[in-house]
Design a protein around this ligand. Structure first.
Ligand code: S3P
Length: 239
């Protein structure tokens, strides 16, 4: 008799457990759904994000592999030799050097002070020595001072050992890019636009000797860099 009562009791407990479970179902379903959603999200975020197209990097990679000499940027002040050169070097994964910066570092005074204290002739000597060393170095991008390529010895050295690119722009564009003319001693002796127009006329015949000519008028730094990479791609022999 007591065994039958015991079995009734067990059945009763089990039935009430099932009823409770059913009642608690909505409460259990909510955290379960959250867990499933979180797992799905974690799975999704572990997938690598689709790569954004990078035209500069795609263009630059194969060019860097074909470069066997330094790329030297020539042209008037404000033509973008430093800004474009630095950016192109970064894309190409090679070094960047600015001859003016190296001269300033070696002299311990500014370009304007070198001109004032030692004169332009001394500055050109320092420029030729600096670029002479850079021309024989491994592939890298080199920005020259605007007058460097107008010195025969320096120009011949660069033409022989490097790939020279003339960055062209109109005097008005150059002046707008230069902004503050204080650091440009050659623009101190008169109206800067007139001085730049004169320099442009005097120097074009030297810059024309460069291997590649690039018109950068109206181009942003990025666009000029892309134009430079395209020009390198066209100019360098395919391997
Ligand atoms: C010069 C240009 C300057 C600098 C110096 C002389 C020139 O460099 O080397 O003031 O003769 O045109 P940037 O072309 O970098 O301004």
């Amino acid at each position: 008799m007591s065994a039958i009562r015991q079995s009734h009791k067990t059945r009763h407990i089990f039935a009430s457990f099932l009823r409770n479970c059913q009642a608690a179902r909505p409460l259990l379903l909510f955290p379960l759904t959250i867990c499933i959603a979180m797992l799905a999200l974690m799975k999704d975020s572990s997938k690598p994000a689709p790569r954004k197209p990078n035209p500069a990097a795609e263009l630059a990679g194969p060019i860097a592999a074909r470069l066997d000499r330094p790329v030297v940027l020539v042209g008037l002040m404000g033509s973008g030799k430093s800004a474009v050169g630095r950016r192109a070097a970064k894309q190409l994964g090679i070094g960047f050097k600015d001859s003016d910066q190296l001269i300033v570092k070696a002299a311990g005074i500014s370009i304007a002070e070198i001109f004032e204290l030692a004169g332009e002739v001394k500055f050109r000597e320092m420029e030729q020595k600096t670029l002479g060393n850079l021309a024989l170095a491994s592939p890298q991008v080199i920005a020259t001072g605007g007058g460097a390529f107008c010195q025969d010895t320096t120009a011949n050295l660069l033409l022989q050992h490097t790939l020279t690119i003339w960055l062209k722009a109109s005097p008005a564009t150059l002046l707008s890019r230069i902004g503050n003319t204080k650091t440009r001693p050659l623009l101190h002796n008169g109206d800067p636009l007139t001085m730049l127009t004169r320099l442009d006329k005097q120097r074009a015949l030297f810059y024309k000797k460069a291997h590649i000519h690039l018109d950068t008028d109206g181009l942003s730094t990025y666009e000029a860099m892309m134009a430079l990479l395209h020009a390198l791609d066209t100019h360098l022999p395919r391997q």
